[in-house]
Design a protein around this ligand. Structure first.
Ligand code: TXA
Ligand code: MG
Length: 318
């Protein structure tokens, strides 16, 4: 088990030595290392068992620091940044040479974000290098939304877990890139699409892919529990399943099923609350004495798009 604590000085000392620290953000916990130190970046890939073709997001606390790492910030990117940073938004921008190719898996763009978490921002403000930080889970598994989740899976391999409580948003950042004057969403996430459209107009989607390394964040089978997960509409969830099944439901319990096998994402039907609970409840169901998980699709509005996207990938078998 890793040492878990709230001491930013301890986290800073490990990071300055090139070691890895789990850090809280408003979306999910990150497995952080010095993005300018190739050894640290290599350890991130090793600890996560992450394929080298899947690039990392770098985190820092100000736009002026970001200007040291990227060669250009298009106007729409600046508009998004000034409205939504700090926040659950990641921008793909052309990288400067200072960012190691390892971080970007050889791509010309680097993913950057300013997270909205007081502990992360305090830490980042004290560092003169950005933190490369993927979600702090083994590759392909569910992202962690509290320090206990991180400890359960990566605790043996990291120096320190900086505990910042539960992640408020609960799903990863929305990833946006810019190509030929087009704004492209590469990953649905904690920033809602309507908020983006209201500010900068139309956006397009990069189709999901399980083979195109240009968009590895979109790997089809991802965010997955160990147990088989079936994603269904409410009406098609069969209640009299002979096998022991755990249920992940939106706002209403199923009748005729013991409540201990059911988790409600949001009893009041609030999609923000549902996103906040999503990964923690998936973990609880995965740890339960059941053979299968059945999940209900949530309404396709607001954060519902990102929630259903995660459930779809959790259900994929490829
Ligand atoms: O909310 C988040 O974004 C969290 C917290 C810790 O900040 N981080 C996170 O990182 O979700 P990760 O590594 O689990 O997912 C980042 C995704 C990767 O799957 C990768 O495919 C994509 O971002 N990505 C990174 N750099 C990219 C690039 N240059 N072009 C396209 N996709 C990129
Ligand atoms: Mg991840």
């Amino acid at each position: 088990m890793a040492v878990t604590g709230t001491d930013i000085r301890v986290a800073k000392a490990f990071l300055m030595k090139g070691e890895l620290v789990a850090i809280p953000t408003e979306t999910v916990y990150g497995l952080a290392g010095n993005a300018l130190n190739e050894q640290s970046v290599l350890s991130i890939f090793e600890v996560k068992n992450r394929p080298a073709f899947d690039p990392l997001i770098i985190h820092t606390d100000t736009i002026s620091k970001i200007e040291q790492y990227v060669s250009e910030i298009p106007e729409k990117a600046r508009t998004l940044a000034s409205h939504f940073w700090p926040g659950p938004l990641t921008l793909l921008l052309p990288k400067k040479i200072i960012i190691p190719d390892l971080v970007t898996s050889g791509l010309d763009t680097v993913a950057v974000r300013i997270p909205k978490h007081p502990v992360a921002l305090d830490l980042l403000s004290q560092l003169d290098f950005p933190l490369a930080a993927p979600s702090a889970n083994p590759f392909g598994y569910i992202s962690p939304t509290n320090a206990t989740h991180v400890n359960a899976q990566l605790g043996d391999q990291i120096s320190y877990i900086l505990d910042g409580g539960e992640c408020e948003v609960g799903i990863e950042s929305t990833i946006i890139g810019f190509e030929n004057n087009e704004t492209i969403i590469y990953r649905l996430g904690g920033l809602e699409i309507d908020q983006i459209r209201d500010l900068i107009g139309e956006v397009s989607f990069m189709p999901h892919s399980s083979s195109d390394p240009k968009a590895p964040g979109m790997l089809k089978s991802h965010y997955a529990p160990r147990k088989p997960l079936y994603l269904e509409k409410r009406a098609s969830i069969s209640v009299f399943d002979p096998d022991q099944t755990g249920y992940l439901l939106f706002d209403t319990y199923l009748e005729n099923v013991d409540k201990k096998y059911q988790r409600l994402l949001s009893p009041s039907g609030d999609l923000k609350e549902a996103a906040h609970n999503l990964f923690a409840y998936l973990r609880e169901l995965d740890a339960m004495d059941v053979n299968f998980i059945k999940a209900e699709r949530v309404p396709m509005s607001g954060l519902g798009l990102a929630i259903n996207d995660r459930l779809q990938r959790a259900a994929a078998t490829e």
